[in-house]
Write a protein that binds this ligand. Structure first.
Ligand code: HEC
Length: 142
């Protein structure tokens, strides 16, 4: 079964890359394939790679259409004095980025999306976020 996520107002290039537009509502629907909540790589490739790239370096097919570039996710540890910032990543997934709080809105806020994937099991969201974060950790360059 396929679920569809509605994410508000992305740019046209992104629509071509990862979804299609419902122009009457100015919304993009990203077909969110049902992924395994324990499989960080599968979730990353479905939900993150369109912007951040399969290799995490920020050059996904949709990246050029974004106003602010997706960050290089392989450098999170290097940019944090060598320590992978797990709690920061969890907060970004749950609440969105600080930039988006100031109006960018290019990075989807994943917590509510993951919640809607399985409303009957509220722990699945946490499982998804922690397994995604662990997968990001495995991508870090030294
Ligand atoms: C629609 C494009 C898009 C998608 C899809 C996307 N991101 Fe992002 N992401 C961005 C952009 C752009 C930024 C830069 C900050 C901003 O503009 O909000 C960002 C920033 C981030 C940051 C913040 C890094 C920091 O140093 O604060 C993290 C972590 C992150 N993304 C992880 C993810 C993960 C994990 C996924 C998949 C679940 C994902 N992103 C999906 C576009 C995207």
């Amino acid at each position: 079964m396929r679920k569809h996520l509605s994410l508000v107002a992305f740019t046209a290039g992104l629509l071509l890359a990862v979804g299609y537009a419902d122009q009457t509502k100015n919304r993009v629907t990203i077909p969110a394939n049902k992924t395994n909540p324990t499989d960080g790589r599968q979730m990353y490739n479905s939900y993150c790679a369109p912007c951040h790239g399969v290799d995490g370096r920020g050059r996904g097919p949709a990246a050029q259409a974004l106003k602010s570039p997706p960050v290089d996710l392989t450098a999170l540890a290097r940019n944090n004095r060598g320590k992978y910032p797990d709690s920061h990543v969890m907060a970004v997934l749950q609440f969105g980025t600080e930039i988006s709080a100031h109006g960018s809105e290019q990075m989807p806020v994943w917590g509510p999306i993951f919640s809607r994937m399985n409303v009957a099991n509220s722990q699945e969201k946490d499982l998804r976020m922690s397994n995604l974060s662990r997968y990001l950790q495995s991508m870090q360059v030294k």
